[in-house]
Design a protein around this ligand. Structure first.
Ligand code: ADP
Ligand code: MG
Length: 400
């Protein structure tokens, strides 16, 4: 789960990480009062969307820049008005962009230098890694590729936590001395505390800046959380902004379905994450492309299967459905009943291929055969994938 910059900066402040003064608002009527809270006489007006690259982004009406530095309150409010409700396209949003629903006014900092700092999970060694670079504010992927020596990394033993000497090493690599080094060490140690305490998968500050008046400050903030930990962080769950999420994924979550939208044309309905992964692989192998990852779980109910069908059939990219069930704890009969139940309320206009195997397979097949639904049965995973790809291709050709 991701949150907005203004929410991430509130968390930073709670953990003692310095951020500029800021005020977020969602309505035009609130702009003046929010702008009044910002000291210093220069306002940085920032569009809030769950994507980076805002500074270099362009709105769909041609207005340039989702981060604006303004010298009068009037200009700050004018910039905020241009942004609110407008659609911002950045390198990270894709061409459709994202609608801006929140504006964040920030105190301006006099920047001496921009750095990059992040903590994320290094899956190759099962440890959090702290990444820092003197080349912040830019495309960090490019820095890593062209000048890897400019990226410093330290790996943290999660059982021990980040040690002071590791912060010292990073301060040295970034060239900090004296009071700046002291501030940086405190900042990075606090950032690790936040990362660990809130079960984050990523905390990123790009840029972290050294200011001309000797301060180290987080000017941008990105925080992502491990969805599997949300049950123990209701305060984090409360920060969720569902308008930033795929509505299909929001709906799926209501029914406890593990669903991730993808951009292909074959919807998959599978039980078990491993089987879902191999189903997607085999669709690719057969020349098709999956429209989603969907794991209905080991003990799905008829209601969940119905919801799953409703979600996948609402997706206009879906040109065919492959149901692939290996009945273990899950019974094939439940799936069959779910499909029949779903067909009563949602119209299935695209080809449907069903492969059932395992627990109560005969009963399940019988229910489907007697349902009168137009279903292509398949005998194995590869058979199901081949049939799904062939039927989708035929369907697309017929509906050109
Ligand atoms: P994004 O990464 O989405 O483009 P940032 O928050 O990093 O957005 O802002 C882009 C750039 O704007 C920063 O690299 C920095 O140079 C400048 N900037 C952002 N916030 C401030 C601020 N409070 N004071 C001065 N400059 C800022
Ligand atoms: Mg940034």
């Amino acid at each position: 789960m991701n949150i907005h910059e203004y929410q991430a900066k509130q968390l930073f402040a709670e953990f003692g990480i310095p951020v500029p003064a800021g005020a977020a608002c969602h309505k035009e009527e609130e702009f003046a009062a929010a702008a009044d809270q910002i000291p210093g006489g220069i306002w940085v007006v920032k569009a809030q969307i769950h994507a980076g690259g805002r500074g270099k982004g362009t709105f769909t009406d041609g207005y340039k820049g989702g981060v604006q530095v303004t010298k009068t309150k009037e200009d700050a409010i004018a910039a905020a008005k241009k942004m609110l409700g407008n659609t911002l396209v950045t390198k990270q949003t894709g061409p459709a962009g994202r609608v801006v629903r929140t504006i964040y006014f920030n105190e301006a900092c006099s920047i001496k230098h921009e750095y990059y700092l992040a903590i994320l999970l290094d899956r190759s060694c099962s440890k959090p890694v702290v990444i820092a670079s003197t080349e912040g504010g830019m495309n960090i992927e490019e820095v890593a590729e062209k000048t890897p020596e400019k990226i410093a990394k330290v790996w943290i033993d999660p059982a021990i936590g980040m040690r002071a000497y590791q912060a010292t090493e990073l301060a040295f690599r970034l060239g900090f001395v004296g009071d700046e080094a002291k501030q940086f060490k405190k900042l990075v140690l606090n950032l690790y505390k936040l990362y660990a305490a809130k079960d984050c998968t990523l905390v990123e500050i790009n840029p972290m800046v050294a200011t001309n008046d000797g301060k180290i400050v987080a000017l941008d903030a990105k925080v992502s959380f491990d969805d599997n930990s949300l049950f123990r962080h209701p305060e984090v769950e409360a920060l969720r902004d569902i308008t930033e999420e795929d509505p299909k994924e929001v709906e799926a979550r209501k029914f406890d379905l593990n669903y991730i939208a993808l951009d292909g044309s074959i919807a998959c309905l599978v039980n078990g994450a491993g089987l879902a992964m191999s189903t997607m692989d085999i669709i690719k192998y057969c020349g098709g492309s999956p429209a989603n990852f969907l794991d209905v779980g080991g003990s799905a109910t008829v209601e969940q299967v119905t919801a799953a069908f409703r979600i996948i059939t609402q997706d206009p990219h879906v040109k065919g459905i492959l149901v692939n069930i290996f009945g273990g704890i899950m019974s094939c009969l439940t799936i069959a009943e779910g499909i029949v139940e779903a067909a009563k309320t949602v119209e299935i206009k695209v080809p449907l291929v069903v492969r059932l195997e395992g627990n109560q397979v005969e009963e399940g097949k019988k229910v489907l055969a007697e349902s009168g639904l137009k279903i292509t049965p398949a005998d194995s995973l590869i058979d199901g994938a081949r049939k799904a790809v062939a039927e989708v291709n035929a369907f697309v050709a017929a509906n050109k």
